[in-house]
Design a protein around this ligand. Structure first.
Ligand code: SAM
Ligand code: SF4
Length: 449
């Protein structure tokens, strides 16, 4: 019997890339490849890249340097996927002479043909064409791969039609295309049948979804899917936080009480330069209505520090906003100039914020956020929280790991099986996680298959 070929996928970046890597794995599975956790054993290595910040690209280059040795010793095939592939196209083959193929996010389904050409025709291949919206078929999670998982990402749209001046995504992911809602609901029904209890609907800008339903309607339909306990989504643009979406949070308890709402800056002047088309007052007003509709909802955000032209005053405004909103958590980054983005123009006009200053500001912001996160987590001490059990704890396999509806991670003593909903009494808290002991089972594990 011929030896099975092994593949290794290295994923950088956001949930979209994580989801794309799963789909790549499924396509390779159909070609009889099996995954390996050790890249040294792989016959095929794919680096699924992120272009959102310069650092992500540097990391890709250093990973490729490592994989080059495997290519030499085992004649492994080496490819680059994702946003850098889409951005750099054939330039990547020129820059990296040992690379065999490059393919963009729309070409995942064409991977068998790409590999055939590399192996049989012995050519280096680039496939970074966009697919027209009518032609595009969204990759669908294979329920067999999801078997045993409690939570899964489901792609509901691709691309982005916004023009935020710092962001490369519209160049690497193309125009917005929404996936028909029937496909989404049928994928979720398949996932629920194999035990998935929580789904996260993903896209760059999910609340501008238009796939036959409006986004709030889609959320409610997903929440009503048999077997699904919780529905989450990411990411949202504040300008699309509609009254209907807020109403869905009020009326549908299975929509998990967590909202990731990237604000990017606390300064109206900087928001304008970023082309975010809302101001701080509007952001706060929408957030106020959301919090009134679902008291206790956890709100997280993204912030960019050191955008070109950011003054000490602008930065102070971001600190003030962080304290005022009391974000549960934030992903904050220093501004990184990206090719083809309008922020390059601002950088020429205002000059870059010096790197050391950016880092100092980021550290100040993150220290404040850590304090707020810790305070929120400590408020949970002594409470009983509902946890969807995901599996053993990473820190101690004798314990369990799961998350609350607000997306707080909990490591706890107990016997809840993956997929069960249990009540946990909180006995310890850090800024990142809660600790506790299981008290009750709300719902055991039942199989719909
Ligand atoms: N669609 C989301 C939104 O509207 O906010 C953002 C998605 S983007 C993939 C994730 C985050 O990366 C952004 O919210 C932003 O904070 C950060 N980001 C994007 N471009 C950046 C840049 N050039 N420099 C630093 N951070 C950046
Ligand atoms: Fe980038 Fe998000 Fe703005 Fe789209 S909405 S351009 S993905 S930051």
């Amino acid at each position: 019997m011929a030896l099975q070929k092994r593949y290794f996928v290295h994923t950088f970046g956001c949930q979209m890339n994580v989801s794309d890597s799963l789909r790549i794995g499924e396509v390779l599975g159909r070609l009889h490849y099996v995954p390996t956790a050790a890249y040294q054993d792989a016959d095929l290595i794919i680096v699924n890249t992120c272009a959102i910040r310069e650092k992500a690209e540097e990391k890709m280059l250093s990973a490729l340097g490592r994989y080059r040795t495997v290519k030499m010793s085992r004649r492994a095939l080496l490819g680059v996927a994702g946003c850098v592939a889409q951005q750099e196209k054939d330039r990547l083959l020129k820059r990296i002479p040992f690379l065999d193929f490059v393919f963009g996010p729309d070409a995942i389904a064409k991977l068998p043909e790409i590999l055939r050409r590399v192996e049989e025709d012995r050519v280096r291949v680039v496939d970074t064409a966009w697919m027209d919206s009518e032609e595009y078929v969204f990759p669908r999670a294979d329920p067999d791969t999801a078997r045993g998982k409690v939570t899964e990402f489901v792609t509901i749209m691709k691309g982005c039609d916004n023009v935020c001046s710092f962001c490369v995504v519209p160049h690497t992911r193309g125009r917005e295309v929404s996936r028909p809602f029937q496909d989404i609901l049928s994928e979720i029904a398949d996932l629920a049948r194999v035990g998935v209890r929580e789904v996260t609907l993903i896209g760059q800008n999910v609340n501008s979804y238009r796939g036959g339903l409006e986004f709030p309607q889609l959320l409610c339909r997903v929440a009503q899917s048999p077997g699904i306990d919780r529905v989450r989504f990411t990411t949202s643009h504040p300008h699309d936080l509609s009254d209907e979406l807020i109403e869905a949070f009020r009326t549908e308890p299975k929509i998990a009480p967590h909202f990731h709402l990237p604000v990017q800056s606390g300064s109206d002047r900087i928001l304008k330069s970023m082309r975010r088309d809302y101001n701080v007052a509007e952001y706060l007003e929408r957030l106020g209505r959301l919090r009134a509709a679902r008291p206790g909802i956890a709100v997280t955000t993204d912030i960019i520090v050191g955008f070109p032209g950011e003054t000490a005053e602008d930065f102070e405004a971001t600190l003030d906003l962080t304290e005022q909103v009391e974000f549960e958590n934030q992903f904050s980054f220093v501004f990184s100039p990206r090719p083809k983005t309008a922020a390059g123009i601002h950088e020429k006009q205002w000059g870059p914020v010096p790197h050391e200053l950016k880092i100092a500001r980021l550290e100040r912001l993150q220290a404040i956020q850590r304090g707020i996160s810790l305070e929120i987590m400590q408020q949970q001490l002594g409470r009983e929280v509902e946890v969807l059990v995901e599996g053993p704890s990473k820190f101690d396999p004798a314990k369990r790991f799961g998350r609350t509806p607000e997306n707080r991670t909990v490591n706890f003593e107990g016997d809840g099986r993956p997929g069960a909903l249990v009540m946990v009494r909180v006995e310890g808290a850090s800024a990142n996680a809660l600790r506790g002991t299981q008290r009750d089972t709300v719902r055991g594990v039942e199989c719909l298959d």
